[in-house]
Design a protein around this ligand. Structure first.
Ligand SMILES: [Zn+2]
Length: 191
């Protein structure tokens, strides 16, 4: 597999592209944007494949947003492995590049990953809970420009929110309560 994005190509915290509002992606997709989408997904595929990754030493990721490869565009690749790890299935829970996504509804109830979040663009571990909506409905365009709508809960909902944040100049630690990083209120569930 040919790989365009290696760790040295990933933008890191401090690069202004990560704090910018990304531009909408026009349709039909240009050839350049089609290729970008493919290359972003390749990063995720290789990063999750132990054997292939030995060669490239990528940090494993379930999402990679265009600003993380220096492109201020509203597109992000998402590859969430099968929900049931015991299941001997190669079918991922979600695999796709989403364009111009909008969260059209979200629950008041919150969820946070028990171990906090990480990000390919943040080298330093910033500890603390990242409370997010437990359930969201997201509307986006697929690579053909077709509008899609998807309702997500818990872990996948958190991944989508993390990635969509990247398109609006936000990083996960912005959501951490600096006074009480591991404090959690009653309406927040661990995932
Ligand atoms: Zn990230």
């Amino acid at each position: 597999m040919k790989i365009r994005f290696t760790m040295d190509k990933i933008t890191r915290d401090g690069n202004p592209v990560l704090r910018a509002q990304a531009q909408e992606v026009p349709f039909p997709l240009s050839e350049e944007h089609q290729q970008l989408a493919k290359d972003m997904m390749t990063y995720l595929e290789v990063s999750q494949d132990e054997e292939q990754n030995e060669k490239y030493d990528l940090r494993p990721g379930v999402g990679l947003a265009a600003p993380q490869v220096g492109e201020s565009l509203q597109m992000t690749a998402i590859l969430i492995p099968s929900a049931d790890p015991a299941e001997d299935s190669d079918t991922p829970y979600f695999k796709g590049v989403i364009f111009n996504p909008v969260i059209v509804s979200e629950t008041v109830g919150r969820a946070a990953l028990e171990t906090g979040e990480g990000c390919l663009s943040v080298d330093e571990d910033v500890p603390g809970f990242v409370p997010r909506s437990k359930k969201i409905t997201v509307r986006y365009q697929d690579e053909n420009g077709k509008t899609q709508s998807k309702t997500l809960r818990n872990y996948p909902a958190i991944v989508f929110q993390h990635e969509i944040d990247h398109l609006h100049g936000k990083l996960y630690y912005d959501h951490i309560n600096q006074q009480d990083p591991w404090g959690i209120d009653d309406s927040t569930k661990y995932v």
